[in-house]
Design a protein. Structure first.
Length: 182
């Protein structure tokens, strides 16, 4: 049901939640820069994708998040965090890209790219889980305090978004099935 998967992102677009930031200028802008760890508001938005995780009428969003964070081998990691994760855990995503688990909430978790990541350090990626009428959704949103050479570049930025969309789609399909066990 590809149409349903796009609903959370389409709603966010309509609400203006995915708009890029107004770039601060000058020294005053630097001190007024928001803390991008807290969320994408006022930061450099990279992408936001929504995925359907299927119909799981008796499973709450926090159970799906726990299914993933308690069995992190479901996530595309190559080392360091194959089991249960919590804030502060450091892992390598496929391709040797180091990340740190920045936060774990009831219905979301967030990672931050570290030095050595192909896209640079300081990219925040939040995985949020929701349920509407028994259908579960995962929304993946990424942002930075400012673009890197790659994410600010047209070609590299487009390749990054396409790769992220495909990678998180595979994760969504994995969760589609594993959510039955949640």
């Amino acid at each position: 049901m590809p149409g349903i998967a796009a609903v959370p992102v389409a709603l966010a677009l309509c609400a203006g939640l995915l708009a890029g930031p107004a770039a601060p200028s000058g020294a005053a802008g630097e001190s007024a820069r928001p803390d991008c760890r807290a969320g994408p508001a006022g930061c450099y938005g990279l992408y936001a994708y929504g995925y359907s995780l299927g119909l799981h009428p008796f499973t709450e969003p926090d159970a799906v998040r726990r299914q993933l964070t308690d069995h992190f081998w479901l996530f595309p990691v190559s080392g360091g965090c194959a089991g249960r994760i919590s804030a502060g855990a450091r892992c390598e995503l496929l391709g040797g890209n180091p990340v740190e688990v920045e936060a774990v909430g009831d219905d979301f978790f967030q990672i931050n790219t570290l030095p050595g990541h192909q896209l640079g350090r300081g990219m925040h990626i939040r995985f949020a889980f929701s349920r509407t009428f028994g259908f579960h959704f995962m929304t993946v949103r990424a942002w930075q305090d400012r673009p890197t050479d790659c994410t600010g570049g047209v070609l590299c930025g487009a390749v990054n978004r396409a790769f992220a969309r495909a990678t998180w789609w595979v994760l969504a399909k994995t969760l589609w099935w594993s959510a039955y066990a949640a």
